[in-house]
Design a protein around this ligand. Structure first.
Ligand SMILES: Cc1cc2nc3c(=O)[nH]c(=O)nc-3n(C[C@H](O)[C@H](O)[C@H](O)COP(=O)(O)OP(=O)(O)OC[C@H]3O[C@@H](n4cnc5c(N)ncnc54)[C@H](O)[C@@H]3O)c2cc1C
Length: 397
């Protein structure tokens, strides 16, 4: 058993940490105030290959393993939690194309994601179906007049396209993305009737509206409305009815990555609180010398260490080709909770200054809460864990 990263992973961690500290950290609060992600963040992350980490090199990506992707997510978030969404969402989209798409689709779609020239969003949630996504109602119906390859001149080759009708909601990056992976129903029933589509969002018939959110304002969420949007036949990724299964497999990666995003930000909050506890004096000594201040910080350090291990175990297992759904589900409910609690405790440690917008303590809490919900709530994650540890196929503990 080796509990350390490889030399190469350590070097990668250092380089991402340095980039994030020097380039991203100064923008974290400013982007929150402006409600937009600084244009340079996308350019610089794309330039470093951080938007196509998991995409194989033959499609223009970095071909990184899951563990290294987790390292990058943690380090980015330490400085700018929202910048890490630019790793997370394109990764999720790319996973679906990689696992379900044809070779032609991979060659067509992935290089632009990898070099940052295309920014995809991931459209699963609907107004009536969030946790219960298997019963989503957006329709993709066969359209005899659709084109095969989707050429701008409408002269596709395959014939028999699709028409997309319905609304997706709560879509991260939805206001600024230029393409989307959309899950839609191609047959009645539950999960097996759901298919995945890759679509361009430049059609003027597509309506988008922004949410006014508590946190992650630089990323934003959108409701996206499709009213009979015509798609070429090859917008369908892979086979009909494949979509939901591929989506869930992608979540086994993203859930551990989200865990590390949250813990990266929590670590930054904890570090700030520790430094303050060392330097701030009250009643003649540093406040950190009081157990009342020190113990909550010690508890937070312990919780972060435990939750971090679960996240990295999930990613390590993925890299080994071993099952990791249970670890990913544990990571997704536990790490965001630990992170929110840590960020709250860190704010309290800073006293009145923590409550001011001069410091990022409050923004951290607002941003973290979003990923207690996004990509699956704690209750749903615990349901998945329970299935694995109590259900019929559970292994003895
Ligand atoms: C910051 C953020 C970013 C997001 N980004 C995206 C995105 O990019 N793409 C996308 O498709 N979606 C995205 N979402 C949507 C997110 O995935 C859903 O909000 C989430 O899956 C929960 O769905 P819901 O909000 O409809 O809640 P509901 O499913 O209505 O649930 C409401 C409450 O009931 C609980 N609940 C529901 N069913 C059960 C059950 N069986 N047992 C116990 N409790 C239950 C839930 O845990 C929750 O607390 C994002 C959400 C947020 C907050």
């Amino acid at each position: 058993m080796d509990l350390d990263f490889s030399e190469e992973q350590h070097r990668f961690q250092e380089s991402v940490r340095e980039f994030a500290r020097t380039r991203l950290a100064p923008r974290y609060a400013a982007d929150d105030r402006s409600g937009t992600l600084d244009r340079r963040t996308r350019e610089e992350m794309a330039g470093l290959g951080l938007m196509g980490l998991t995409i194989p090199e033959r499609y223009g990506g970095q071909g990184a393993d899951a563990l290294s992707t987790g390292i990058a997510a943690e380090e980015l978030s330490r400085a700018d939690f929202n910048a890490a969404y630019l790793l997370l969402i394109p990764m999720l989209a790319a996973e679906v194309v990689l696992s379900a798409g044809t070779e032609e689709q991979r060659e067509r779609i992935l290089p632009a994601i990898a070099d940052g020239s295309a920014l995809p969003c991931f459209c699963l949630t609907e107004p009536g179906h969030g946790s219960d996504a298997a019963h989503l109602t957006m329709r993709a119906e066969r359209d005899g007049t659709g084109t095969g390859t989707g050429g701008d001149d409408g002269t596709g080759t395959g014939g028999g396209g699709w028409r997309l009708t319905g609304e997706k909601t709560s879509i991260s990056l939805g206001m600024i993305a230029d393409s989307a992976i959309v899950f839609a129903r191609t047959a009645p029933g539950g999960a097996r009737g759901v298919s995945a589509f890759h679509i361009s969002l430049d059609d003027p018939s597509i309506q988008r509206s922004a949410f006014r959110d508590l946190g992650s304002r630089a990323i934003g969420r959108a409701a996206i409305h499709f009213d009979g949007l015509r798609l070429p036949a090859d917008a369908l990724i892979g086979s009909e009815g494949d979509g939901f299964v591929k989506c869930m497999q992608s979540f086994e990666l993203s859930r551990a990555i989200i865990g590390l995003m949250c813990l990266g930000l929590a670590s930054a909050a904890l570090q700030e609180a520790i430094e303050y506890a060392r330097s701030r004096e009250a009643f003649g000594r540093p406040i950190g010398a009081q157990q009342g201040v020190a113990f909550p910080l010690a508890e937070a350090a312990t919780m972060i260490a435990g939750a971090r291990w679960v996240c990295y175990e999930a990613l390590w297992r993925r890299d080994q080709g071993r099952p990791h759904r249970v670890q990913a589900s544990m990571a997704k409910w536990w790490a965001p909770k630990v992170a929110v609690e840590t960020a709250h405790q860190a704010l309290l440690t800073l006293g009145h200054s923590g409550y001011s917008e001069e410091l990022p303590a409050g923004q951290r809490i607002r941003d973290l809460i979003g990923l207690e919900i996004g990509d699956g709530t704690a209750q749903i994650m615990k349901t998945l864990v329970a299935r694995e540890v109590i259900g019929k196929t559970a292994r003895p503990y």
